[in-house]
Write a protein that binds this ligand. Structure first.
Ligand code: ADP
Ligand code: MG
Length: 259
């Protein structure tokens, strides 16, 4: 899997836009001709729903993949979006932290099973809202981390803990892990707080912060109930345009990393 770019979409806070980013970046990468896989690593299964995989369609899941019960190819399902594939999750993944804790290779479970992959250009891992074993597995398996940051009060609190975890993984199990960037989400330009969070993030993190900002847009929040990314649900919406711009910026950052 030497050429596969594996991205962990991580932030231990819930409701900051991880799943929305994984689903919409994933579908845009697919739309641009890339074979793309989203691995739903959150027991809540929002990414699975978001790409149109109903609960009853989740036969083999990311839990089965991590437990070694199924190989990657056996857990991958198609989505309604061409070239976009999914490893779904179900609530049984919530016991993963405990069930896998005694395994000696517990932080490398995902990395090991992804070595099986040959034909994806991008793999996006939608992490749960915690810095537990599942997120650590994602960071160990990833080439890069993307961090959605909700443009709200307290956004930057907790970020240092995440960055410290990234540093620890880099010093140990995955020295090549890169922090690809921080993405401001749910931005409300009329709100002083959003502007303040942006200013703070750019002052503290500099180039790490994507210049593309994801606005708060109701079409983004409606799209999952239709099992579609916003880029397909309402292509003309501000949310759709933002995620398309984000994908462009993501790709140009990937190019810069290679040189
Ligand atoms: P996380 O995966 O970090 O928990 P989600 O991506 O599920 O966060 O987003 C949390 C909620 O906010 C969801 O209901 C989602 O539809 C909504 N949401 C995410 N991004 C936006 C946005 N830019 N504008 C409006 N609603 C959004
Ligand atoms: Mg989520």
């Amino acid at each position: 899997m030497t050429d596969t770019v594996v991205i962990a979409v991580a932030n231990q806070k819930g409701g900051v836009g991880k799943t929305t980013t994984a689903v919409n970046l994933g579908s845009e990468l697919a739309a641009k001709g890339n074979r793309t896989l989203i691995i739903d690593l959150d027991p809540q299964g929002n990414a699975s729903t978001g790409v149109g995989c109903p609960v009853k369609g989740r036969a083999a899941t990311s839990y089965d993949l991590l437990s070694g019960q199924h190989r990657l190819a056996e857990t991958v399902v198609e989505t309604v979006i061409e070239r976009l594939f999914l490893v779904p999750s179900t609530p049984d993944l919530s016991s993963g932290d405990i069930d896998f804790a005694s395994k000696p290779d517990r932080i490398r479970l995902l990395k090991t099973v992804l070595a099986d992959n040959e034909d994806f250009d991008y793999i996006l891992i939608d992490c749960p809202p915690a810095l537990g074993l599942l997120t650590i597995n994602a960071l160990v398996a990833a080439t890069s981390v993307l961090v959605p940051l909700q443009a709200e009060f307290y956004a930057l609190e907790g970020l240092s803990q995440l960055l410290m975890t990234v540093r620890e993984v880099r010093q140990g199990a995955n020295p090549d892990l890169r922090l690809d960037g921080v993405i401001l989400t749910m931005y409300d330009g009329r709100n002083n707080l959003s502007q303040q969070v942006e200013a703070d993030a750019r002052a503290t993190l500099g180039e790490l912060v994507y210049s593309t900002i994801i606005p708060r847009n109701v079409r983004i929040s409606e799209a999952p109930s239709h099992g579609l990314p916003v880029t397909i649900y309402d292509p003309a919406s501000s949310g759709s345009r933002a995620y398309k711009a984000l994908t462009q910026e993501f790709l140009s950052r990937q190019m810069e990393m290679q040189v």
